[in-house]
Design a protein around this ligand. Structure first.
Ligand code: GUN
Length: 289
């Protein structure tokens, strides 16, 4: 078996951001509207700080307004809810995102529920999760939506394909399964209690790995020719003690068997922010007829 095609998420995301930038330019010229994204970060988690910085930078590069709200780790929940209420009412803000995880004293579900579903560009509000499950118009979560774009670009029509989603989180696994079901895939959700995970993976035409465990899915679990989308971003110690990023799939072995595979980094990662900007653009268009 020859080596898998490498799915270039970095290039795909760059093209998507270019298209978004053109649409933003048109929206400004035709309607005098500049899409605006508000990002809230509570605390000083280093990984979250990097994500928030990148979101702000790419928002501006696409011609949108970026509003960053950095709050101290001990911010009371009531203050955070008050900020969200203010952003909900602000017509210049089309998207609101509270970076997760939030500190332990804050109830994550209460925060997500407080965001106006029409501005919930993360797609985490129960109204948007419900819309995704029932076929309504809402926002799909950015990482699974980015995975779906890469899959369609690689395979075209997904109808009838067997897909296994490894991981059942609200952010990736569950919405990913809903999106694949909408594309008429036969979907299995596997998780930590799945009895024979290698066997489930072996039967799939499409494998989505979203468990957060470095190199867990091995090449000999993959069906020859399958398409593998690796959502994992795990930091591990590499050669000479240097930290490196690896996915949930053991790339060296899986790329010998798969038909196509996303690398880590440069696969799914860049798609998440591009899809966030896409959702913000959609929200601004909906708000302005
Ligand atoms: N933390 C990790 N991924 C995400 C994401 O997509 N959105 C938010 N808000 N927080 C996250």
């Amino acid at each position: 078996m020859s080596d898998a095609k490498i799915i270039d998420g970095k290039a795909f995301a760059a093209k998507l951001r270019e298209d978004i930038t053109s649409e933003v330019t048109k929206l400004k010229a035709d309607h005098g509207v500049t899409p605006g994204l508000a990002v809230i970060l509570v605390g000083e988690d280093p990984a979250s700080q990097v994500y928030v910085r990148n979101k702000g930078k790419q928002t501006l590069e696409c011609g949108m307004n970026s509003y960053e709200h950095k709050l101290s780790p001990d911010t009371p929940q009531a203050d955070l809810l008050a900020l969200i209420a203010k952003l909900n009412a602000d017509p210049n803000v089309h998207g609101i995102l509270c970076q997760l995880p939030v500190p332990d004293h804050i109830d994550e579900q209460a925060i997500l529920a407080a965001i106006d579903p029409a501005k919930d560009v993360d797609g985490f509000h129960v109204v948007n999760a419900g819309a995704l499950a029932t076929g309504g118009e809402g926002f799909a979560p950015c990482t699974p939506y980015g995975c779906l774009m890469l899959l369609k670009d690689t395979l075209g029509d997904l109808s009838g394909k067997r897909a296994v989603v490894v991981g059942r989180s609200n952010i990736v696994g569950k919405p990913m399964a809903q999106l694949l079901l909408k594309e008429s895939c036969t979907v299995t959700i596997a998780h930590s209690r799945t009895r024979d995970l290698p066997d489930e993976v072996r039967r799939a035409d499409i494998v989505i790995a979203a468990v957060g465990r470095p190199n867990m899915i091995k090449g000999d679990w993959i069906a020859p020719g399958a398409t593998v989308i690796d959502v994992g971003i795990n930091r591990i110690e590499g050669d000479a003690g240097k930290m490196k990023l690896v996915g949930d799939v053991e790339f060296a072995t899986a790329s010998k068997v798969a038909g196509a595979i996303t690398p880590v980094p440069g696969g799914v990662g860049p798609m998440t922010i591009a899809c966030l900007l896409n959702n913000t653009l959609i929200s601004a268009c909906r708000a302005n007829g």
